[in-house]
Design a protein around this ligand. Structure first.
Ligand code: SME
Length: 160
């Protein structure tokens, strides 16, 4: 059963370091990936107050919006389109310091200024992405990339 998150101040590294075991505890014993993705979004949003944090899941040749926290967002993104579709096509994490400088960026909201997208790979296949948006420029770096990848690694995917 979930307890309240312990929200801390401090460096980005401190914050992820505190959050990671809490997310791990939240997911423990729960096999439902939708529930787990939903709680991951809530935990990241609560700790970091990101503008938008959510999952897109591969369905056919598109990404379809999954659990998220933040304003309403685009529902479908084609492979190779936007930051999310490019992360999927290239099978790599993309850190975008200024979304206006990313060719083909899909602006679900004009308030989003920087973004990080991490592909979720299972059995050598991308099955979705985690997308985090910030209302400020230059919010994301390798620390986010490393911790977010670890957080994604905690989810067991049975449906995909
Ligand atoms: N900006 C993303 C679209 C998703 S939203 O930011 C929630 C993109 O370019 O793929």
């Amino acid at each position: 059963m979930a307890e309240d998150l312990r929200i801390i101040t401090g460096s980005k590294d401190d914050q992820y370091h505190s959050l990671l075991p809490q997310i791990s505890a939240l997911l423990e014993g729960e096999q439902d990936e939708i529930a787990n993705m939903a709680n991951i979004c809530a935990a990241l949003k609560e700790q970091f107050n990101f503008f938008w944090v959510g999952f897109y899941l591969v369905k056919g040749d598109e990404l379809v919006l999954g659990p998220f926290q933040g304003p309403v967002a685009c529902t479908r993104i084609k492979k190779g389109k936007g930051v999310c579709g490019t992360s999927w096509a290239q099978e790599q994490t993309l850190i975008v310091p200024d979304v206006e400088l990313f060719p083909g960026h899909i602006a679900c909201s004009a308030a989003s200024k920087s973004e990080i997208v991490i592909p979720i790979v299972r059995n050598e296949r991308v099955i979705g992405v985690l997308d985090v948006d910030s209302a400020e420029l230059n919010s994301f770096d390798e620390t986010d990339a490393a911790y977010l990848a670890q957080i994604i690694g905690l989810i067991e995917f049975n449906l995909f």
